[in-house]
Design a protein around this ligand. Structure first.
Ligand code: G3D
Ligand code: MG
Length: 183
């Protein structure tokens, strides 16, 4: 018997962004069915896993998602945090301008310094449900996304789940493209 054997691949991805922008909430919303989470206090990171299947390319994908749990520890373990990262979500909070500014002045710098050259990243403006407190316009997010060469810019609500799956899927799609698996 012959047939197409399902491929199996593993991607490490990371969430970057200031404290309280909603990184953990995004992961929680996305991995509701997660079967494994591992908090590493010594590294200041939390790691969890999400399994995906792409029928179209007959591939099973295991996402290992790294999330910053403690800013100070993160600074100390940055090298390890970025080691092998194939994709990143750069997250800001649409209600706090400083978190938007820090994307360029802090998180992108880390990404360029510690991450692989060809890693995929997308820009996320989170907390879109807090419309009345919005201080970062969609247009500004979009402009920054283009400026920093992000593969996509998406506004999300980790609270209600709006665009959360789409954000992760876009990132995975871009990684597959970079890897030459998806065309
Ligand atoms: P972090 O992991 O980036 O530090 P968290 O951020 O995921 O811990 O979120 C920080 C706070 O923002 C939490 O509130 C969380 O519920 C809230 N939050 C995250 N995403 C959203 C969102 O999309 N909309 C709204 N309205 N709130 C959000 P608390 O009160 O628990 O600190
Ligand atoms: Mg967190």
């Amino acid at each position: 018997m012959s047939g197409d054997h399902q491929k199996y691949i593993v991607f490490k991805i990371a969430l970057l962004g200031d404290t309280a922008v909603g990184k953990t909430s995004l992961v929680d919303m996305y991995t509701q069915h997660r079967f494994k989470e591992d908090y590493k206090p010594t590294l200041g990171v939390s790691i969890c896993v999400k399994e995906l299947t792409s029928k179209r390319i007959n591939t099973q994908i295991r996402l290992i998602i790294w999330d910053i749990a403690g800013q100070e520890k993160y600074v100390l373990s940055r090298k390890m945090f970025f080691q092998g990262v194939m994709g990143a979500l750069l997250v800001y909070d649409i209600t706090r301008y400083s978190t938007f500014e820090n994307i360029e002045s802090k998180w992108l710098i880390d990404l360029n310094e510690y991450g692989d050259q060809d890693l995929a990243y997308i820009l996320i403006g989170n907390k879109i449900d807090l419309e009345d407190s919005k201080v970062v316009a969609f247009k500004d997010g979009e402009k920054l996304g283009q400026k920093i060469n992000a593969s996509a810019f998406i506004e999300t609500s980790a609270k209600y789940g709006e665009n959360v799956e789409k954000a992760f899927e876009k990132l995975v799609f871009q990684i597959l493209k970079n890897e030459g698996i998806e065309t």
